[in-house]
Every structure is written in C-alpha cells, then in structure tokens.
Design a protein around this ligand. Sequence first.
Ligand code: SAM
Ligand code: SF4
Length: 326
Amino acid sequence: MLAPILQDAQGRTISYLRLSLTDRCNFRCSYCSPLAMEQHEDPLSRPEVARLTGIFARLGVRRVRLTGGEPTLRRDLVEIVRDVAASPGIDEVALTTNGQALAELAGPLRAAGLTRVNISLDTLDPARLQALSGRAASLPRITAGIAAAFAAGFEAVKLNVVVVRGVNDGELAALARFGWGHGAIVRFIELMPFGQGEPVPLAEVRERLVAQGLRLEPDATRGWGPATHMRGFGEGAPAGGGLLGFIGAMTENFCEGCNRVRVAADGSLRACLGGREQVSLKALLRDGTPDEAIGDEIRAALMLKREKHEMGAPGNRLLPMVGTGG
Ligand code: SAM
Ligand code: SF4
C-alpha cells in the first residue's frame, strides 16, 4: 500500500505536526506572552492527543513536535510522549521547552521515546534572562536541563535564540560557543511580531556573529523545518566548524516548502502560524465525529492555506504565540 500524503492548497506535502499541549507558561517572555492573555484550562487530554496523533499519522504526518506554552507543565507529558511515539507511522517525536524542568525530565522523556529536544535560551546573563522571561527563569536550572538533555542521548539538542535588538544581540557568538560547548546546535530566530521587542534581520545576525569573532561558511544541512544552516569557525568552535541554524520568518524564505501543520492549545487546527483560520478539532473529538470525518476536516482546512504568511501585514492582529506554540 502506498503511504498516504497530506497536502496543502499549494501542493506542499504536510508531514510535520506541531502540537501545543498547553498555553500555560511559567515564564513571561516579553516577545511571546501577552501578560493579560486568557489561559485555557481545558487543553486536549492525553487520550485526545493520542487519538489526534493517530488521525494525523494515518493522513501522512511522520514527525510530531510537542510545544506550548510550556509543555513540561503538563504532568502527563511523559505518558503523552509515550503514546505519540507508539503511534503507528510516527517516526520522530520532539519537544520544545524553556528548559526549566528538563534536568528532571530529560531521562524519562528519552526513555518514553522522545528523539529530539529544542531548548529556548536567549541570553547567558541571569539578570537579562529574568528581565526578558520573568522572575521564574533560572539560568542554572536551564543549564542543568541542557546538560541533562545531552546526557540522555537525544538524536539532537538545539538551543533556540530569539534575537532582540539592544537586548541579546551583543552575545550571539557567546551563545553559539555555549551551545557547541554543551553538544547543542544554536539556532537564531528572527523575532516575529507577537509581543514586544525590535527584530534583528538574519542578514544582520550573521554580520554580528562575524563581528563577534566567528568565521561563517555556508552549510547545506536541512532539518524538518525552515532553518537554514552555516558552519562557524574560530575560538570555541569544534574541529571542522560548528553548525548554526537560522530561522527567518520575516526576511527569509520561511514559507518555502512549508511542511507544517499546527494544533494550538485550545485544540484548534491552524494551517499557518501567521493565519487566523481555525477549525476546532477539540469540538470534533468530543462530539462523536468519527476519525475519518475529522481527517476530512483537516484536509479541507489545509486547502485554505496560502502560499506565504502575512505576519507583517498592517492590521493583521496575530493570535498569541504562547497559545499557538511557535
Ligand atoms: N515554552 C517553550 C519554549 O519557550 O521553548 C515552547 C513554546 S515557545 C512559544 C516556542 C518557541 O517560539 C520558542 O523557541 C520561543 O523562543 C519562540 N518564540 C516565542 N515568541 C516568539 C516571537 N515573537 N518570535 C520568534 N520566536 C518566538
Ligand atoms: Fe513561555 Fe516559551 Fe512563550 Fe517564553 S517563549 S513565554 S517560555 S511559551
């Protein structure tokens, strides 16, 4: 039997599901989390996540990233990972986390079948971290989480750095070196207009890295998502150069070859991070709709997906990142 193929309106194959498990968060990153944001107390349950993953897998999804809000706030996260990893057709399960609880969770998550972990770390300065992400953010705990992830033997550990002008743009090479020193690949993410802060275009991020002492060479590595890569050389880089990722939603080809579909914390399907179209999969999961009909709704929603996001368009009020899941 031929493997199923899920496609969007542009003929792009959709094989990667990003599923937000909660819109609650223990951090308050100023670029992500509107302070007054409504918090949904009723996310998809563990059996609903397992059922929905099965539906997506039967449509052709092969990779699932669990995100949030902060997914480690879910007490049943390890069991959810176990269910998703056991879903026939799902080859990889990844997590994006702020790292605060990873020291305790990395081992159990790896044992449950998690293959990859992305940890957000925007600065190596403890005071700056708290100014950016709130008083709960602890650099020693995040660093311990990164070390635990490395020790747990994930296929990949990546550090996500959102670059904010005048905040952390002076420590980009230091963050790259920190990542390499901890067995992680650092990815620089262009700020998207969900919250506060001024973006730094990726071209300038690369210039800053060079000005801060690294030599960069192109690298053809491609992962699941939109990141492009370069290899960094110089002090602190591993022999043969260290990989660096770049994700530019605003100035680079973020949408080209998009293979992603999102389910937000409220159980709604979002065909595009920058779009407002939604289908409440949670309602369908709860009203007795059979799996096949839910699959039809997913296919139909993807047929509304445009070629490119419109995040920069004037008047396009975006749904908060903390709910959509990044
Ligand atoms: N709480 C987890 C974390 O911070 O890693 C997972 C959810 S968070 C919404 C997922 C990713 O989105 C993080 O790497 C975060 O840095 C990124 N992010 C949040 N707001 C952003 C924005 N305005 N622009 C670019 N990236 C953003
Ligand atoms: Fe929370 Fe992650 Fe958003 Fe920061 S980026 S507020 S840690 S969801």
